[in-house]
Design a protein around this ligand. Structure first.
Ligand SMILES: *[C@@H]1O[C@H](CO)[C@@H](O)[C@H](O)[C@H]1NC(C)=O
Ligand SMILES: *[C@@H]1O[C@H](CO)[C@@H](O)[C@H](O)[C@H]1NC(C)=O
Ligand SMILES: *[C@@H]1O[C@H](CO)[C@@H](O)[C@H](O)[C@H]1NC(C)=O
Ligand SMILES: *[C@@H]1O[C@H](CO)[C@@H](O)[C@H](O)[C@H]1NC(C)=O
Ligand SMILES: *[C@@H]1O[C@H](CO)[C@@H](O)[C@H](O)[C@H]1NC(C)=O
Ligand SMILES: *[C@@H]1O[C@H](CO)[C@@H](O)[C@H](O)[C@H]1NC(C)=O
Ligand SMILES: *[C@@H]1O[C@H](CO)[C@@H](O)[C@H](O)[C@H]1NC(C)=O
Ligand SMILES: *[C@@H]1O[C@H](CO)[C@@H](O)[C@H](O)[C@H]1NC(C)=O
Ligand SMILES: *[C@@H]1O[C@H](CO)[C@@H](O)[C@H](O)[C@H]1NC(C)=O
Ligand SMILES: *[C@@H]1O[C@H](CO)[C@@H](O)[C@H](O)[C@H]1NC(C)=O
Ligand SMILES: *[C@@H]1O[C@H](CO)[C@@H](O)[C@H](O)[C@H]1NC(C)=O
Ligand SMILES: *[C@@H]1O[C@H](CO)[C@@H](O)[C@H](O)[C@H]1NC(C)=O
Length: 425
């Protein structure tokens, strides 16, 4: 026999469930939502009686707006978010206003969208600081503010956005150092801060972001050494630190980042030798080390990176020779050794790189002849051998380079004519 008290309890619980269920479903005012949408003047010529069917609007079964999704859509002359009454949309999960010419700043009231999970405002003309209230949106998983004119520092309270998986602030004017609290966003998979004016060292706790697959800090003013343990971010597929002021030796433990396909460290002050350990990164397709302070010989083992399409080593202090084994990087499209101190002749094995489109060996102290089989590089589009001490005759086979659009042989000791239709260049 059930005790009456237990039954009463059960009934109460069931009743409570039904009540709270219906609260989530009805806790909105349909005509208020319609009124708020109309007030923006972003929808003209739509059927006034059913805003759930308007372009870019999605509603739940109860008829409450869950999504506003406008992409490359005309919102009138100089639209801004000032007329969007955020308090009217308790069930809004996704707000996407992309490439619509939005001006002004993000209103403080955005903090009222307590259930917002996706906020995407890329490619508008938004300005100003991010309102601190933005960090009230603790359900956010996806925040994309790419290509606007936002400025100022990131609020420390960014740490509240603990569910974030995707954060892009790239191509804005954000500045200051990263709040250490940012590294509490341990669910981040994609973090793109490129092309801003961020500065300072990377916090040691960056190493907490172990779910990162995509990290771009490119084109900022970050400086200092990479924090120890940075290379614990073993899920990284794309790492772009180019055009900053990072310095110091590359950590040997770079070898941990075995999923890397794109590694761009160019335009920094990294020094020391190119690590043998890089050759464990067998999935690399792009290796950019140009414009640093790297020295030492080109490592023979680099030839193991047979998936490489792009290899940029220009503007360093690297010394030669080019190991003949480099001829086995058969997928290379671009090979750039320019402005180094290679002090060696060009190995004939270079001619095995039959997909090469760009070969830049300019200004690197090459001597000896141009290999006679250079004509095998039939896809070459750009060839720079200028500013070296290359000697001898220009090989006949060069006439086979039918795709060549740019040829620089200046400042060498070459003799004889340029053959075939290359004399057109
Ligand atoms: C819903 O909003 C309208 C204004 O659009 C208002 O007149 C009405 O009283 C509201 N209803 C409720 C139940 O709050
Ligand atoms: C507007 O929508 C309502 C309800 O869906 C429908 O009855 C009415 O015919 C529509 N009016 C126009 C002009 O399409
Ligand atoms: C918040 O959104 C989720 C869907 O992502 C929905 O299930 C839930 O009912 C919403 N909560 C409120 C209070 O609107
Ligand atoms: C943000 O959250 C704080 C504290 O929870 C609250 O006081 C404030 O009113 C909220 N702001 C907005 C715009 O929602
Ligand atoms: C940002 O502002 C500059 C002028 O300060 C302007 O030239 C540029 O077009 C703006 N960019 C965007 C995306 O609005
Ligand atoms: C970038 O930030 C530095 C300070 O770190 C400041 O001196 C400089 O003016 C800023 N540049 C721009 C373009 O905002
Ligand atoms: C982040 O890293 C710091 C030190 O590097 C550590 O003290 C902290 O507990 C870490 N936080 C999380 C959430 O893992
Ligand atoms: C790194 O980012 C810059 C933009 O700042 C871009 O031009 C470059 O192509 C990126 N490198 C790679 C390998 O994607
Ligand atoms: C990096 O990972 C190793 C091995 O998992 C661990 O021992 C070390 O503490 C980590 N370093 C940092 C700085 O998190
Ligand atoms: C490298 O460091 C030197 C000396 O500290 C500095 O003058 C130079 O601007 C730096 N270069 C880059 C690209 O950061
Ligand atoms: C460049 O590298 C050399 C030798 O590796 C080192 O002595 C020098 O300090 C480095 N310069 C900078 C600006 O890092
Ligand atoms: C990498 O290259 C070196 C020298 O060419 C070779 O001894 C080594 O076995 C290669 N490693 C792998 C993993 O292929």
């Amino acid at each position: 026999m059930w005790h009456t008290n237990t039954i009463t309890h059960l009934l109460l619980i069931i009743l409570f469930c039904i009540l709270s269920q219906s609260t989530t479903a009805t806790d909105f005012n349909k005509s208020l939502e319609a009124k708020a949408l109309l007030a923006t003047n972003w929808w003209v010529g739509e059927n006034a009686s059913d805003h759930c069917k308007w372009h870019g609007i999605a509603c739940n079964e109860a008829g409450s707006v869950t999504e506003i999704n406008l992409n490359d859509h005309y919102l009138g002359d100089r639209p801004d978010m000032g007329n969007l009454d955020f308090s009217s949309f308790p069930n809004l999960v996704g707000l996407y206003i992309e490439s619509c010419g939005l001006e002004g700043s993000i209103p403080v009231q955005i903090g009222l969208l307590s259930n917002l999970t996706y906020l995407s405002l890329w490619a508008n003309r938004l300005t100003g600081n991010l309102p601190v209230s933005l960090t009230n949106l603790t359900h956010l998983k996806h925040l994309d503010l790419y290509s606007n004119n936002f400025s100022g520092k990131l609020p420390a309270s960014f740490t509240n956005l603990i569910r974030l998986e995707y954060l892009s602030l790239s191509s804005n004017k954000f500045s200051g150092s990263l709040p250490i609290s940012l590294t509490n966003l341990i669910h981040l998979k994609h973090l793109d801060l490129n092309s801003n004016n961020f500065s300072g060292n990377l916090p040691v706790s960056f190493t907490n972001l172990t779910h990162l697959e995509y990290l771009s800090l490119s084109s900022n003013n970050f400086n200092g050494m990479l924090p120890l343990g940075f290379t614990n971010l073993t899920r990284l597929n794309n790492l772009n630190l180019s055009d900053n002021n990072f310095r110091g030796k590359l950590p040997v433990s770079f070898t941990n980042l075995i999923h890397l396909e794109y590694l761009d460290l160019s335009g920094n002050n990294f020094s020391g030798e190119i690590l043998d350990s890089l050759t464990n990164l067998i999935h690399l397709e792009h290796l950019g080390l140009s414009s640093n302070n790297l020295s030492g010989n080109l490592p023979v083992s680099l030839a193991n990176l047979t998936q490489l399409l792009f290899l940029y080593l220009s503007k360093n202090q690297l010394t030669g020779p080019i190991p003949p084994s480099y001829g086995s990087m058969v997928n290379l499209r671009v090979l750039d050794f320019s402005t180094n101190q290679l002090n060696a002749s060009i190995p004939t094995e270079i001619s095995n790189l039959k997909y090469l489109e760009t070969l830049n060996l300019g200004d690197s102290n090459f001597d000896g002849p141009v290999p006679s089989n250079f004509g095998n590089l039939s896809k070459l589009y750009f060839l720079n051998l200028g500013m070296n001490s290359i000697s001898g005759h220009i090989p006949l086979s060069i006439a086979n380079l039918i795709n060549l659009q740019q040829l620089d042989l200046n400042h060498n000791s070459l003799v004889g004519p340029i053959h075939g239709n290359l004399s057109r260049l």
